[in-house]
Structure formats: C-alpha cells, structure tokens
Design a protein around this ligand. Structure first.
Ligand SMILES: Nc1nc2c(c(=O)[nH]1)N[C@H]1C(S)=C(S)[C@@H](COP(=O)(O)OP(=O)(O)OC[C@H]3O[C@@H](n4cnc5c(=O)[nH]c(N)nc54)[C@H](O)[C@@H]3O)O[C@H]1N2
Ligand SMILES: Nc1nc2c(c(=O)[nH]1)N[C@H]1C(S)=C(S)[C@@H](COP(=O)(O)OP(=O)(O)OC[C@H]3O[C@@H](n4cnc5c(=O)[nH]c(N)nc54)[C@H](O)[C@@H]3O)O[C@H]1N2
Ligand code: SF4
Ligand SMILES: [Mo]
Length: 704
C-alpha cells in the first residue's frame, strides 16, 4: 500500500499527511495535492498555472504508483527470459556490457538515450555521466522528437530558446492568438481556460489544423491546411501583411534585422499560389491576416503540428517572421511561443542530454563553454567529448559499424514512439547490450538485457521547468516499493563501478546545486534558483543569475537575446514534404494525441479509467473516403506506407480533410502509427517528419 510520508517531505505550512507537488505528465506541470492512504490526487487551487484544474491523466496519476502497475525489482536476461535480480547483479551486468562495447569498439560505442520527462537533476546527471564516466559523444534524447524545431528557430530569431517568452496568464490579455498545430483541448485541457478568457475579453482565436479539433471548435477562425504546408501558409500571410500595408515599419527598423530577404521570399507566395499549396481559400487567409494584423497585440503559438516536419525549423521561422513584421514581439501581450510538451521538455534540453549541449544551454563545441563546465566538473576541458549524432540517427545506427553497441535508455519508449519504429525495434535488438531504466515494463524495456526500476514523480524530489520557463519543485510524497531506487542512485553506482567515485551524488538537492553552478553565466542561467525559493514563490522563471534576482517571467521587452539585441527574420521559402502522395500512396497520414493517453502509453495504458476512455488505436477518416473504401465506423482499416503496414478500426468524421487520415501514436502492436511514419529529418533540428507521410488506405480484409 502506498502511504504518504509527511514528516520530512511536506512543505512549510502544509498539514501533516498532505504534500503539494506537480503532475508526472505534460509540460503544464499542473499543481496537485497528494493525500490519504492509499495516496489520492486532490486539487491544489493555489498554484497559478492550473488553479486547481487537472485533466483525467493528472487525476488518475496515482494508479501508476501501485506496485501492481510498476516495476518493483531489477530484471536481467537469462536464457532469453527476463528474471528478477539484485541491484548488485544488474549493476555489474550493465558495467560489464558498457565496458565490453567500449573495449572492442572504442568509447563512442557506449551510448545514452534520455527523455524530456526526466527531472532537471536526472537530465543533468545523465549528461554528465555520458561525458565524464563514459566519455562518449553518443548521448541524445526524445526531445528531438518534440520541440527541437521550435528551439532551433527560436534561437536563430531571438538568440535564446525558451518555450514561452511570457507566462500563460498573459494570453487572455492579447488581442489575437494564432494556435498553429496545437490541440490543447486534448493535450493541455487546464490551459484551455486561458483561450476561453481571451475570447471573453474580446480577443480573437485562430486555429490552424488539418482537423477540426475540439480546440478548433473554440476558435473565431479555423484554417484547415494540407498537412505539411504551414510554411506556405505563413508566407502567404506575410505577403498579405506587406501588400495590405499592415507592417510595423518602426518596429522593423528599430528592433529587427533581415526583413528585406524575408519580404522577397514572401512576395513569391501570393494568395492564390498559397491557396493552391495549402488548400486554404484566399478569403480565409485574408480574414486571418485582418484579425491578426489589426489587433493591437498578438501572439503566435506553435506546437507539434508545424514543428514535426522535415522543414519544421523554417516553418517556425516563417511564423516568427509574421510576428516580427507586424511588431507583435518584444512587447507586452505579444510574441511567438512554443508550447513544449513533456513534463520537463524545457529543462530536459537545457542541461546536457542533447548531443551538442552542455548545462545552462552551453555549446559543447564552444571553447569558453567547455572550459566553464569542465571546471565545475573538475576535469580537463580536453577530456570533454565533442558532439554526437541526433536521436533518430543514434537509434538508426545501433549495433552497426561506427554506431552504439551498448545503450542505456532512460525515460523513453522508442519501440512505440520513434519514427519508422519497425526499423528502430530491429536496431535495438541488434545491440550487444541494452539497459533500460523505467518505472514500468515498457515495450522497449521488454527488449533489454537489464531493466532498472526507477522511482518516479511522487516517490522522489526534483525540479522540472514547465512550458513557461518556470522552474517548479516536485516533492516526494510516498516511499517507493522496496527494490526501487532513483535514477540518480543508478548513475551514482554505475559511475563508481566505472571508476568515477566522485561527482555523482544521489541527493537531488545536491545535484541541483551543482547544476546551478554549471549553468551560471549560461543562457539558461539557474544560479539564483534554489529549492527554497521555488517552494516559496510558486516557481522561479529562468534566467535567474543570482539569489537577489527576481527571475524573468517575460523575455525580450527591452531587447532580444541576440548579440545586437535585434530579432532576426528568417529567409525561408516553401518546399514540399519529404514524401508527397502519389498513385501508390495517394493520401496524407498525420499523427498526434488523444486526451486520455500519454505518449507511448507506457504509463497511461496501465490506468484502467484511462483505458476505458481511450481503449486503442484508430484511423480517423472523412465520410467520403470511408464511402470510397466501403468502410463503416469501426471497420478494421489497413494503412500502408513505404515503411510498413498498421491496422486499426475506422473512426469516420467530417472534421478531417478528405485527403488526410489521422492516427494517434499511443499504442504498440498492429495499430502502431509509427510503423508508418517517415524518419526524414529537418536539416537543422533533426526533427523527424511525424506529421506528414504518404499512405494507402484499405479495408483490412480487402488488403489481405
Ligand atoms: N493527452 C495527452 N497530452 C499530451 C501528450 C500526450 O501524449 N497525450 N503529450 C505531451 C507532449 S510531449 C506534447 S509534445 C504535446 C503535444 O501537443 P500538441 O502539439 O497539441 O499535440 P498533437 O496531437 O501531436 O498535434 C497537435 C495538432 O497538430 C495537428 N496537425 C497535424 N499535422 C499538422 C500540420 O501539418 N500542420 C498543422 N498546423 N497542424 C497539424 C493535429 O491534427 C493535431 O490536432 O502534448 C503534451 N500533452
Ligand atoms: N507518430 C508520432 N510519434 C511521436 C509523436 C507524434 O506526434 N507522432 N510525438 C513525439 C513526441 S513530441 C514525444 S515527446 C515522444 C515521446 O515518446 P517517448 O519518448 O516514448 O515518451 P514516453 O512514452 O513518455 O516514455 C517515457 C518512458 O519513461 C518512463 N519514465 C517516466 N518517468 C521516468 C523517470 O523518472 N525515470 C525513468 N527512468 N523512466 C521514466 C515511462 O514509464 C515511459 O516508459 O514521442 C514522439 N513520437
Ligand atoms: S494537463 Fe498535463 S500537467 Fe495538467 S493534469 Fe493533465 S497531464 Fe498533468
Ligand atoms: Mo513531446
């Protein structure tokens, strides 16, 4: 039974037996209160982001604490089967596996794959473990699959990458918000309130999505483009802004650079051409431009729709251009923001899990950055590895010459969530050695040689950084089952057994204090953020360079973070998706989420009430398409792409374009959407094209 541990874990002023903490799942990091035995989730009305509201995943999160749902002991593979083992045996096997690969194939043959759900402390120590204990270049993480395109575009334009440059509470005060490929009605339900309040205040909401989602139904205007054409759409809007005299000359002159090139590209995207490329009628494009350009203030918020494309970085750049040309950036209630996704999607990328990054958003190739981090780590900068390859490239090369031979996977389930997942599963099987740390026996853990059961969320203390750049504290509320230890302990033990005795503490606050020093002076500066402040202030926004600094809820009001203080226009033009429909594969497939399942489903598929609400995969298709196939709602549909074939029941709805089908990606097995997806990568961010590929669709019997 899971019992609340109140004595040393409850914050100041909290009743014994009650612990205030945050949800284990998405980047809103909703505040919640844990109480009772067995532990139950309750409202915590005082936390500003969600003011007590929780979605069904948050409400039911305690189910995954139950020993029946979670891993409770290490497992090792013996004669083909996984069997329970001691921590000692599991650790020894792992050190042997990693070391053998490095001895035979060089240091870079050991690799790490991390996750954006890991706390800042875990992400930081995992990056340090790769560079200091394994000394490999090969570490990357699932954040590449998430908001890496927005991060790359944000850095190019503004000189810094923070999901939102303002708190969510600013949204209702804006004049017009364009939500591009974001479906918060399913993916962040408590945040919907901010968009409802926007409309109550007279502000306008525009939603851009190939599907009329529940979010789109709230909008004043819904644009329904062909998947993969957001870049053309944004260029078309910029064209009209310029043609209709809506640009803000004074802002462009004073606070930006590069307008001329962006203007030239936009002029080649006249409205009729854009209608042809995107399927969005000229009148609707014009209406969108009027709503946005004529509003006093405005925001563009993107999520995975426009970002998970092989041109995601350019696409986000084009939407930023629209903000800059209309003077809707760098001032109150205006700006571009990315709605990050995972619980620590923001912090997870700032502290060193990404192949090219060191803590504090420092660059692993920059001599001054290397010197700073090496001094905090007490090593010679020359001993720091350089940057390795990106997530999909790392997975694609597993077990091959020049690739990783022994992998530690922590906080991701790529068998379900990686693009072209059939290939990725085959590569994981080809490894000499695979260790997985997880809280449940995920599909990826099932392939491992060693499985470590990690403490999660309410069983441990740690910080995450939510989509606003607000660093928050998740407090330990319950003890984990015996046999379960934290990821920090795992890294501490592995490092020691690899001969690095010092520098891998397993106390989260100690790790955080080191992270603060490592990040000091970097872009994502956490130096002034302490556990005590985070607890007292409902979170602290980075950058926060010292303890006296208030933190930075709003960025760019005086200047952008570029060397000259100006935001940069992106010189981008439209290009097609990596795979467009043709005679053999005549339709678009796009993928995404439903409200009751989270990501690869590893956690939420273990919660009965969520499974009742979302029991399995489906293929969303338009009634006209269903009629052509002779398929009715619920009939089994076969979807085939150049990568493979998946089957799931039809869900017939006129809310989707006729040329497009949609599948959620939360399930493995026959209905796995990622059997189909195209791993074509964005050249800058290395984001795979989850949101567009070409498919053929048939009734399953007809296809057999
Ligand atoms: N319930 C639930 N909530 C979650 C998650 C979850 O798995 N389940 N995951 C969390 C994470 S990590 C993330 S990243 C966020 C993601 O949050 P969102 O980005 O909101 O989620 P998605 O469903 O992936 O994509 C959003 C929308 O993009 C649309 N879309 C598809 N193709 C295109 C396109 O080419 N252009 C445009 N403009 N739109 C397109 C889809 O129809 C979909 O409605 O959600 C977080 N919250
Ligand atoms: N087709 C398609 N595919 C997609 C997407 C899409 O839109 N379409 N979206 C992509 C996006 S945005 C994302 S973020 C990825 C996410 O996909 P994954 O990377 O697979 O993410 P999760 O399913 O959250 O996997 C996290 C794993 O870590 C475990 N875990 C949770 N907390 C901890 C912890 O503290 N320690 C350890 N050791 N383990 C923990 C969970 O149980 C789970 O098994 O999927 C991507 N894949
Ligand atoms: S919206 Fe996100 S953080 Fe909030 S309760 Fe739901 S899953 Fe948790
Ligand atoms: Mo994500």
């Amino acid at each position: 039974m899971t019992t609340i541990q109140a004595s040393d874990t409850a914050g100041p002023g909290q009743a014994a037996g009650t612990v205030d903490t945050h949800c284990p799942y998405c980047s809103l990091q909703c505040g919640m209160r844990l109480t009772g035995t067995p532990v139950q989730v309750r409202e915590r009305p005082d936390f500003p982001v969600n003011r007590g509201a929780l979605c069904g995943k948050g409400q039911s999160a305690a189910a995954v604490l139950s020993p029946a749902a979670r891993l409770a002991t290490p497992l090792v593979r013996d004669g083909g089967e996984l069997r329970p083992a001691s921590w000692d045996e599991a650790l020894e096997r792992t050190v042997a596996g990693l070391s053998a690969a490095q001895r035979s194939h060089g240091r870079d043959a050991a690799g790490i794959f991390g996750g954006g759900g890991l706390t800042n402390e875990k992400a930081y120590l995992l990056g340090k473990f790769a560079r200091v204990a394994l000394r490999t270049i090969n570490i990357d993480y699932n954040g590449r699959f998430c908001m890496s395109s927005a991060a790359a575009a944000g850095r190019k334009a503004f000189g810094i990458d923070r999901g939102l440059p303002f708190p969510l509470e600013d949204i209702p005060h804006s004049g017009c918000v364009i939500l591009v490929g974001s479906n918060p009605a399913e993916t962040m339900p408590p945040a919907l309130r901010y968009f409802r309040e926007l409309r109550e205040n007279g502000g306008k909401l525009i939603v851009v999505d190939p599907r009329r989602t529940r979010t789109a139904e709230l909008a004043d205007l819904h644009l329904q483009p062909v998947p993969g054409t957001d870049l053309a759409l944004a260029l078309g809007m910029l064209h009209l802004v310029i043609a209709d005299g809506h640009r803000d000359e004074a802002f462009i002159a004073k606070r930006t650079s590069g307008f001329e090139q962006a203007r030239a590209a936009a002029m080649a995207h006249w409205p009729e051409r854009v209608e042809q490329l995107t399927g969005v009628p000229v009148e609707r494009l014009t209406a969108a431009v009027s709503l946005f350009a004529e509003a006093e203030t405005g925001m563009v918020l993107t999520a995975r729709g426009p970002e998970q494309q092989s041109k995601g970085t350019d696409t986000v750049g084009a939407w930023i251009n629209l903000c800059l040309a209309t003077g809707k950036a760098g001032r109150p209630y205006s700006g571009y923001g990315c709605l990050t996704g995972q619980g620590n999607g923001q912090g997870g990328r700032e502290h060193g899990q990404k192949a090219d990054q060191l803590p504090g958003y420092r660059s692993i190739e920059d001599p001054a950055d290397r010197a700073h981090v090496a001094s905090v780590w007490g090593i010679d900068p020359d001993d720091l590895p350089r940057s390795g390859v990106s997530a999909y490239e790392l997975l694609d090369g597993l077990g091959q010459d020049g690739g990783v031979r022994a992998l530690l996977l922590m906080g991701s389930n790529p068998v379900v969530s990686a693009p072209r997942a059939g290939r990725v599963t085959e590569r994981l099987r080809a490894l000499d050695f695979l260790a997985v740390s997880d809280v449940v026996l995920s599909e990826s853990a099932e392939l491992a040689d060693v499985v470590f059961p990690s403490t999660q969320w309410a069983e441990e203390t740690g910080t995450t950084t939510n989509l606003e750049g607000r660093v928050i504290l998740r407090r330990k509320a319950v003890d984990a089952p015996e046999g379960v230890r934290s990821d920090l302990y795992l890294l501490h033990e592995l490092a020691a057994r690899l001969g690095v005795e010092k520098g891998f503490p397993d106390d989260p606050e100690e790790v955080f204090d080191e992270l603060r020093r490592a990040s000091a002076g970097g872009q994502a500066d956490y130096a002034g953020i302490s556990y005590a402040r985070v607890a007292a202030e409902d979170g602290v926004f980075w950058p926060c360079p010292d303890e006296q600094h208030a933190g930075t809820p709003r960025l760019f009001l005086d200047r952008f973070a570029t060397p000259d203080g100006r935001a940069r226009f992106a010189p981008v033009t439209h290009r097609p998706s990596a795979e467009e429909p043709d005679a053999d594969y005549p339709l678009y497939l796009t993928t995404g989420r439903v409200v009751s399942q989270y990501q690869s489903g590893a956690q939420t598929r273990r919660v009965p009430e969520l499974n009742r609400a979302a029991p399995g995969p489906f293929v969303e298709l338009h009634p006209h398409l269903a009629e052509q196939l002779g398929a009715a709602d619920g009939d089994l549909i076969a979807v085939t792409s150049r990568r493979g074939r998946a089957e799931a029941p039809a869900r017939v709805t006129d809310s989707i374009r006729q040329d497009t089908v949609f599948m959620p990606f939360h399930w493995g097995g026959a209905g796995r959407a990622n059997t189909l997806t195209n791993p074509a990568l964005d050249p800058t961010s290395k984001m795979p094209e989850f949101k567009v590929c070409a498919v053929r669709v048939e009734r399953a019997e007809a296809a057999r």
